[in-house]
Design a protein around this ligand. Structure first.
Ligand SMILES: *Cc1c(COP(=O)(O)O)cnc(C)c1O
Length: 372
């Protein structure tokens, strides 16, 4: 069994993907060009924002957001303790301080109460200036944006939506990557919308930020590429990846998000009451980058993982370590995060993708139930 079956997806979408790649090869235009600009328009329309700027990967996309706001030394940026390293790395890379706050046990996303407590702590200490919040749409589920937006407004903070795993998620019909002042996603192959290499995109409604981000990702260009007005980076999505994403976005919109939600419903139906399940709040929709369950203890979780591996079922532990314990961040700023600590010991992500069969899900569940 595959954890995320990209080979099967390619078999299903082969004609469309091959045609897109062939068009790029025939055009001789491998960087930029119409494939990239068409894709950016299609992504902006899908997300429901004015601007999409494609770039080299999701980490760059996030960092470009913070660069556009001029975040740097002396600034505090609030980041969930339970996430992928990039969410905090981009803050530290710019010389600012990631301040880690706790998450909710059942949605795995940033806990608004912990966020507010963290902001108050930073203000009380007076060492750092609170500037922004990196709210992560973990495992495909949008963060608690209504609550987080209210807090951001109260304290005058920007929201950077880390939608690397969240593309395709929704709150009340509004799509992920549109909730932050700036949103960012990743097209790493295993993400909900993935290409066949690295890729990323930044989303915003703000014209000025969009111009700045376009400059930052082309060596701080001014009126043109050889007029450089600020220090930027070189970060771009190549034309072949853009073509692949155009084909994949069509399938994503037409059926993949629906299919992966049906697969999640099957897991939920079969596992209800047996293990800790991911909770999707009222009005929310996940794009199920992961289907992640919670076992009773670390011993139980590790035993289930080994047992599944023995019968050929791959699982992953996202994430085994809280961010504030990552050596690169120590000594980290932040609150005590007991929920994150517990999750790191008990979570297990199961095989999940739009083309997983009911029989496969039944096999996974049968094997889990044997060992709990
Ligand atoms: C994958 C991921 C990123 C980084 O994306 P890359 O394209 O690998 O740079 C950032 N944040 C989260 C939450 C991710 O899962």
């Amino acid at each position: 069994m595959e954890f995320r079956d990209l080979k099967k997806q390619y078999r299903i979408l082969k004609d469309d993907i091959d045609k897109e790649i062939a068009e790029v090869l025939a055009s001789g235009r491998f960087i930029g060009g119409s494939k990239v600009s068409e894709l950016e328009q299609e992504l902006a329309d899908y997300v429901g924002v004015k601007h999409c700027i494609s770039c080299g990967n999701g980490t760059d996309a996030l960092q470009l957001g913070l660069m556009a706001w001029g975040i740097g030394e002396g600034d505090a940026v609030f980041v969930p303790d339970f996430t992928f390293f990039s969410s905090g790395e981009i803050v530290a890379a710019l010389g600012a301080a990631p301040f880690f706050v706790d998450v909710e046990e059942e949605t795995y996303n940033m806990d608004p109460k912990s966020l507010e407590e963290g902001i108050e702590k930073v203000l009380a200490e007076g060492k750092l200036t609170p500037k922004a919040i990196v709210s992560v749409d973990l495992f495909g589920l949008p963060a608690r944006f209504p609550e987080i937006r209210a807090i951001a407004d109260r304290y005058g903070l920007k929201i950077l939506e880390d939608g690397a795993q969240g593309f395709g998620g929704e709150i009340d019909g509004k799509r992920a990557c549109s909730f932050g002042d700036i949103g960012a996603t990743s097209f790493f192959p295993a993400k909900p919308l993935g290409c066949y290499g690295d890729g990323g995109a930044v989303f915003t409604d703000d014209d000025r930020m969009a111009d700045l981000i376009r400059s930052f990702c082309v060596h701080g260009k001014g009126s043109m590429k050889y007029d450089n007005v600020r220090i930027g980076m070189n970060s771009r999505l190549d034309s072949i990846q853009a073509g692949i994403l155009k084909a994949k976005l069509r399938a994503f919109e037409a059926e993949e998000v629906d299919l992966v939600n049906k697969a999640a419903d099957v897991y939920t139906e079969l596992l209800e009451g047996k293990v800790g399940l991911p909770v999707i709040p009222e009005g929310y929709r996940s794009s199920w980058a992961q289907y992640t369950i919670r076992l009773e203890s670390r011993e139980k979780r590790d035993a289930v993982q080994v047992a599944l591996k023995e019968v050929g079922i791959p699982t992953m532990i996202y994430y085994p370590k809280p961010m504030h314990e990552q050596k690169a961040f120590v000594p980290a700023e932040g609150l005590a995060c007991p929920v994150t600590a517990k999750l790191c010991d008990t979570v297990l992500s199961l095989p999940m993708h739009p083309y997983i069969e009911r029989e496969e899900i039944e096999e996974v569940v049968r094997n889990i139930l044997k060992h709990i």
